[in-house]
Ligand binder design. Structure first.
Ligand SMILES: C[S@@+](CC[C@H](N)C(=O)[O-])C[C@H]1O[C@@H](n2cnc3c(N)ncnc32)[C@H](O)[C@@H]1O
Length: 203
Protein backbone atom coordinates (compact mmCIF):
# COMPACT_ATOMS: atom_id res chain seq x y z
CA UNK A 1 0.00 0.00 0.00
CA UNK A 2 1.26 3.49 -0.85
CA UNK A 3 1.49 5.05 2.60
CA UNK A 4 0.82 8.57 1.35
CA UNK A 5 -2.49 7.78 -0.32
CA UNK A 6 -3.32 4.13 0.28
CA UNK A 7 -4.03 4.37 3.97
CA UNK A 8 -6.39 7.32 3.61
CA UNK A 9 -8.27 5.37 0.91
CA UNK A 10 -8.43 2.30 3.14
CA UNK A 11 -9.87 4.29 6.06
CA UNK A 12 -12.40 5.99 3.77
CA UNK A 13 -13.44 2.65 2.24
CA UNK A 14 -13.83 1.11 5.71
CA UNK A 15 -16.50 3.71 6.34
CA UNK A 16 -16.52 3.32 10.11
CA UNK A 17 -16.23 -0.49 10.09
CA UNK A 18 -12.78 -1.49 11.36
CA UNK A 19 -13.18 -5.16 10.43
CA UNK A 20 -11.82 -4.44 6.94
CA UNK A 21 -8.60 -2.94 8.37
CA UNK A 22 -6.24 -5.83 9.06
CA UNK A 23 -4.15 -3.81 11.56
CA UNK A 24 -7.04 -2.32 13.56
CA UNK A 25 -7.66 -4.52 16.61
CA UNK A 26 -9.51 -1.81 18.56
CA UNK A 27 -7.43 -2.66 21.63
CA UNK A 28 -4.07 -1.32 22.79
CA UNK A 29 -1.04 -3.16 21.44
CA UNK A 30 -0.44 -6.08 23.88
CA UNK A 31 3.32 -5.89 23.26
CA UNK A 32 3.30 -2.25 24.39
CA UNK A 33 1.17 -3.09 27.44
CA UNK A 34 3.59 -5.83 28.44
CA UNK A 35 6.53 -3.45 28.07
CA UNK A 36 4.81 -0.70 30.08
CA UNK A 37 3.96 -3.16 32.85
CA UNK A 38 7.39 -4.81 32.94
CA UNK A 39 9.13 -1.45 33.09
CA UNK A 40 6.56 0.01 35.50
CA UNK A 41 6.21 3.06 33.31
CA UNK A 42 4.16 5.93 34.70
CA UNK A 43 3.01 8.81 32.57
CA UNK A 44 2.56 11.62 35.11
CA UNK A 45 4.29 14.82 33.96
CA UNK A 46 5.47 13.03 30.82
CA UNK A 47 4.72 13.93 27.22
CA UNK A 48 4.02 11.07 24.82
CA UNK A 49 3.85 10.96 21.02
CA UNK A 50 2.23 8.14 19.04
CA UNK A 51 3.36 7.85 15.43
CA UNK A 52 0.86 6.59 12.83
CA UNK A 53 -1.76 6.21 15.55
CA UNK A 54 -4.43 4.56 13.40
CA UNK A 55 -7.67 4.34 15.36
CA UNK A 56 -6.14 5.62 18.59
CA UNK A 57 -6.10 2.69 21.02
CA UNK A 58 -2.41 3.01 21.95
CA UNK A 59 -2.71 6.78 22.39
CA UNK A 60 -5.76 6.34 24.63
CA UNK A 61 -3.89 3.77 26.74
CA UNK A 62 -0.96 6.12 27.23
CA UNK A 63 -3.32 8.96 28.16
CA UNK A 64 -5.08 6.63 30.60
CA UNK A 65 -1.69 6.02 32.22
CA UNK A 66 -1.22 9.75 32.73
CA UNK A 67 0.85 10.82 29.72
CA UNK A 68 0.03 14.15 28.08
CA UNK A 69 -0.41 12.47 24.73
CA UNK A 70 -0.18 13.68 21.15
CA UNK A 71 -1.01 11.22 18.37
CA UNK A 72 -0.86 11.71 14.63
CA UNK A 73 -1.62 9.87 11.45
CA UNK A 74 -1.31 10.74 7.79
CA UNK A 75 -4.97 9.84 7.29
CA UNK A 76 -7.42 12.64 8.17
CA UNK A 77 -10.18 10.03 8.12
CA UNK A 78 -8.41 7.94 10.76
CA UNK A 79 -8.00 11.04 12.92
CA UNK A 80 -11.70 11.95 12.59
CA UNK A 81 -12.49 8.34 13.48
CA UNK A 82 -10.33 8.60 16.66
CA UNK A 83 -12.16 11.76 17.67
CA UNK A 84 -15.52 10.05 17.10
CA UNK A 85 -14.51 6.94 19.06
CA UNK A 86 -13.10 8.92 21.99
CA UNK A 87 -15.13 12.14 22.17
CA UNK A 88 -13.97 12.93 25.74
CA UNK A 89 -10.35 12.08 25.08
CA UNK A 90 -7.51 14.18 26.41
CA UNK A 91 -5.32 13.03 23.51
CA UNK A 92 -4.31 15.73 21.05
CA UNK A 93 -5.00 14.05 17.71
CA UNK A 94 -3.52 15.53 14.54
CA UNK A 95 -3.63 14.64 10.86
CA UNK A 96 0.02 14.95 9.88
CA UNK A 97 2.57 13.34 7.63
CA UNK A 98 5.70 12.09 9.36
CA UNK A 99 7.71 13.83 6.65
CA UNK A 100 6.05 17.23 7.27
CA UNK A 101 5.80 17.53 11.01
CA UNK A 102 5.30 20.69 13.08
CA UNK A 103 8.66 22.10 14.16
CA UNK A 104 7.60 22.28 17.81
CA UNK A 105 7.44 18.45 17.99
CA UNK A 106 11.19 18.18 17.55
CA UNK A 107 12.99 16.86 20.67
CA UNK A 108 9.77 17.46 22.64
CA UNK A 109 8.55 14.06 23.91
CA UNK A 110 9.56 11.98 26.92
CA UNK A 111 8.03 8.85 25.41
CA UNK A 112 7.63 8.12 21.70
CA UNK A 113 5.80 5.04 20.43
CA UNK A 114 6.51 3.72 16.98
CA UNK A 115 4.53 0.56 16.39
CA UNK A 116 3.78 -0.89 12.96
CA UNK A 117 4.25 2.31 10.91
CA UNK A 118 7.88 1.97 9.80
CA UNK A 119 7.08 -1.50 8.48
CA UNK A 120 4.52 -0.11 6.01
CA UNK A 121 7.10 2.28 4.52
CA UNK A 122 9.29 0.98 1.66
CA UNK A 123 12.94 0.49 2.66
CA UNK A 124 14.33 3.67 1.10
CA UNK A 125 11.60 5.82 2.68
CA UNK A 126 12.01 4.00 5.99
CA UNK A 127 15.66 5.07 6.09
CA UNK A 128 14.53 8.70 5.82
CA UNK A 129 11.84 8.19 8.46
CA UNK A 130 14.11 6.80 11.19
CA UNK A 131 16.08 10.03 11.87
CA UNK A 132 12.77 11.97 11.97
CA UNK A 133 11.33 9.55 14.54
CA UNK A 134 14.52 9.67 16.61
CA UNK A 135 14.32 13.47 16.44
CA UNK A 136 11.04 13.55 18.41
CA UNK A 137 12.71 12.19 21.55
CA UNK A 138 13.55 14.83 24.16
CA UNK A 139 16.75 14.79 26.17
CA UNK A 140 16.46 11.86 28.60
CA UNK A 141 13.39 10.57 26.73
CA UNK A 142 12.53 7.08 25.52
CA UNK A 143 11.49 5.61 22.19
CA UNK A 144 9.73 2.25 22.13
CA UNK A 145 9.81 0.55 18.75
CA UNK A 146 7.69 -2.51 17.95
CA UNK A 147 7.90 -3.98 14.46
CA UNK A 148 7.88 -7.15 12.40
CA UNK A 149 11.43 -8.44 12.14
CA UNK A 150 13.75 -10.48 9.93
CA UNK A 151 17.43 -11.31 9.66
CA UNK A 152 19.62 -8.89 7.71
CA UNK A 153 20.02 -11.37 4.85
CA UNK A 154 16.38 -12.55 4.69
CA UNK A 155 14.42 -11.41 1.62
CA UNK A 156 12.30 -8.31 2.37
CA UNK A 157 9.03 -10.08 1.62
CA UNK A 158 5.92 -8.03 1.06
CA UNK A 159 4.20 -5.23 2.98
CA UNK A 160 4.22 -4.94 5.95
CA UNK A 161 7.97 -5.36 5.39
CA UNK A 162 9.78 -6.75 8.44
CA UNK A 163 12.66 -4.60 9.70
CA UNK A 164 16.27 -5.71 10.03
CA UNK A 165 18.80 -5.11 12.79
CA UNK A 166 20.91 -3.26 10.24
CA UNK A 167 18.05 -0.81 9.58
CA UNK A 168 17.60 -0.29 13.31
CA UNK A 169 21.23 0.79 13.60
CA UNK A 170 20.05 4.09 12.08
CA UNK A 171 18.35 4.95 15.37
CA UNK A 172 21.74 4.80 17.09
CA UNK A 173 23.31 6.75 14.23
CA UNK A 174 20.54 9.32 14.85
CA UNK A 175 21.74 9.94 18.39
CA UNK A 176 19.79 7.40 20.49
CA UNK A 177 21.27 4.72 22.74
CA UNK A 178 19.86 1.19 22.54
CA UNK A 179 18.81 0.24 26.07
CA UNK A 180 17.07 -3.10 25.47
CA UNK A 181 16.48 -5.31 22.47
CA UNK A 182 14.09 -8.24 22.07
CA UNK A 183 13.70 -10.47 19.03
CA UNK A 184 10.77 -12.77 19.74
CA UNK A 185 7.68 -14.57 18.47
CA UNK A 186 4.53 -12.86 19.68
CA UNK A 187 1.27 -14.40 20.90
CA UNK A 188 -0.69 -13.93 17.67
CA UNK A 189 -2.05 -16.88 15.79
CA UNK A 190 0.07 -17.69 13.83
CA UNK A 191 2.88 -16.08 15.85
CA UNK A 192 4.73 -13.15 14.27
CA UNK A 193 8.45 -12.51 14.72
CA UNK A 194 8.98 -9.05 16.14
CA UNK A 195 11.61 -6.66 17.43
CA UNK A 196 10.79 -4.65 20.51
CA UNK A 197 13.50 -2.10 21.20
CA UNK A 198 13.87 0.59 23.82
CA UNK A 199 16.04 3.58 22.94
CA UNK A 200 16.95 6.61 25.00
CA UNK A 201 18.38 10.01 24.24
CA UNK A 202 21.10 10.75 26.76
CA UNK A 203 20.66 13.89 28.87
C1 LIG B 1 -0.31 -0.62 9.91
S1 LIG B 1 -1.09 0.86 10.42
C2 LIG B 1 -0.74 0.81 12.18
C3 LIG B 1 -1.61 1.74 12.96
C4 LIG B 1 -1.38 1.73 14.46
N1 LIG B 1 -0.02 2.11 14.80
C5 LIG B 1 -1.71 0.36 15.02
O1 LIG B 1 -0.80 -0.31 15.52
O2 LIG B 1 -2.88 -0.04 14.94
C6 LIG B 1 0.07 2.10 9.88
C7 LIG B 1 -0.44 3.51 10.13
O3 LIG B 1 0.56 4.44 9.74
C8 LIG B 1 -0.07 5.53 9.10
N2 LIG B 1 0.94 6.17 8.24
C9 LIG B 1 1.49 5.67 7.09
N3 LIG B 1 2.36 6.54 6.57
C10 LIG B 1 2.38 7.61 7.41
C11 LIG B 1 3.08 8.85 7.41
N4 LIG B 1 3.94 9.16 6.42
N5 LIG B 1 2.84 9.73 8.41
C12 LIG B 1 1.96 9.43 9.40
N6 LIG B 1 1.28 8.27 9.46
C13 LIG B 1 1.48 7.37 8.47
C14 LIG B 1 -1.22 4.90 8.34
O4 LIG B 1 -2.23 5.82 7.97
C15 LIG B 1 -1.69 3.85 9.34
O5 LIG B 1 -2.69 4.33 10.20
Amino acid sequence: MDSLTGFESAYVRASGDATSLSWADLVPNPNMIRWLETNRVEGANQRALVIGCGLGDDAEELARRGFATTAFDISPTAIQWCRRRFPDSGVRYAAADLFHIPGEWKASFDFVLESYTLQVLPAEIRRQAIPIIAGFVASGGTLLLIARSRDDDDPPGKSPWPLTREELSLFVASGLAEISFQDYMDDESPPVRRFMVMYQRKQ
